[in-house]
Design a protein around this ligand. Structure first.
Ligand code: SF4
Ligand code: SF4
Length: 243
C-alpha cells in the first residue's frame, strides 16, 4: 500500500460528500460503508495513482477534499458502476467521483475528454468527432449502397435515417462513420436478418456523451435533450443506446 496510506488530521466536512448526499435518494448511502472492500476488488481503477474506490470514499468521509482534488484518480474511474452493483450497501461512489471532477475548473480537465465534449457541441449530430449531420447521412448512404451492390444476399438491406414511426431508434458511435465505416454494417445485417423496424436519427445520432464524463451538467443535458427530441420526432417506441 505504501503511497496509498491515508494521513488523518482532525474533523473536516467534505463538500463533495455533502453535495452527493444532498442530491441522491438516501444520500447515495455514503455513510453506510462497511469498509468490506468489495468495491475495490472489482474496480478497474483500483491501484491506479495509489487509490481505490473504498479509499476514495473514506477520504471524502474524512473531509480530505484537498487531497482528493490533488489526485488525478477521479479521471481514471470509468464510471462503470461496478462498485455500486457489488456494494452490499449500494453506495454510489461514481456520484462522488462525478462531483470531484466537477470541482475542477473546466479548462483544467483532461484535454481528451474536454476536446471530445466541445467537439460534440459544435454540431447537431452530437458527434465527438465533430461530424456534421450531412456527412453522416452521406456515409450511411454510401456504405449501404456498396453492400447492397456487392453482397446480393443483402440487396434489400436498409439503414434508414429519420424513418417515421420506426419501432426502434439506434444511436451510433461517432468514430465509425469517420474512421471505420465498414464497422457500421454488422449491426445493420443483424437487424435486417431478424426483420427489425429501426432507424437512425439525423440529429443527435452520436451515441457517446463525453460531456457526462467531463462532469459538465449543462452540456450533458444539451446533448441528451437533442437526442431525445430527435427520437421523439420520428415517433419511435424504443430507444436503443448502443454505447
Ligand atoms: S463495497 Fe460498499 S460497503 Fe464495501 S467498502 Fe466499498 S463502499 Fe464500503
Ligand atoms: S464506477 Fe469508478 S470507482 Fe466504481 S468500479 Fe467503476 S471505475 Fe471503479
Amino acid at each position: 500500500m505504501g503511497e496509498a496510506a491515508v494521513k488523518i488530521g482532525g474533523e473536516k466536512k467534505s463538500i463533495f460528500k455533502d453535495k452527493v448526499m444532498e442530491l441522491l435518494p438516501d444520500g447515495g448511502n455514503l455513510n453506510a460503508c462497511l469498509t468490506c472492500g468489495a468495491c475495490a476488488s472489482g474496480c478497474p481503477a483500483t491501484g491506479l495513482a495509489g487509490m481505490d474506490p473504498r479509499k476514495f470514499l473514506r477520504m471524502a468521509a474524512l473531509g480530505m477534499d484537498d487531497e482528493l482534488l490533488s489526485s488525478n484518480w477521479a479521471w481514471m474511474c470509468s464510471m462503470c458502476q461496478r462498485c455500486v452493483h457489488v456494494c452490499p450497501m449500494e453506495i454510489n461512489i461514481p456520484a462522488l467521483v462525478y462531483n470531484v471532477r466537477a470541482a475542477w475548473p473546466r479548462e483544467t480537465r483532461p484535454k481528451g475528454i474536454l476536446g471530445s465534449c466541445d467537439a460534440a457541441l459544435t454540431n447537431e449530430s452530437g458527434s465527438a468527432m465533430g461530424t456534421p449531420v450531412d456527412d453522416f447521412i452521406f456515409v450511411v448512404g454510401d456504405v449501404l449502397e456498396e453492400y447492397q451492390e456487392n453482397q446480393p444476399e443483402f440487396a434489400d438491406m436498409q439503414a434508414p435515417i429519420d424513418k417515421k414511426g420506426a419501432e426502434f431508434v439506434l444511436n451510433q458511435n461517432s468514430r465509425e462513420p469517420v474512421t471505420e465505416p465498414d464497422e457500421l454494417v454488422p449491426l445493420w445485417k443483424i437487424l435486417h436478418t431478424v426483420g427489425v423496424d429501426w432507424t437512425y436519427t439525423s440529429k443527435g445520432w452520436a451515441g457517446e456523451n463525453y460531456c457526462m464524463f467531463l462532469s459538465d451538467d449543462e452540456s450533458w443535458k444539451h446533448l441528451t435533450t437533442q437526442t431525445i427530441k430527435a427520437a421523439n420526432e420520428v415517433g419511435c417506441k424504443t430507444f436503443l443506446n448502443t454505447e
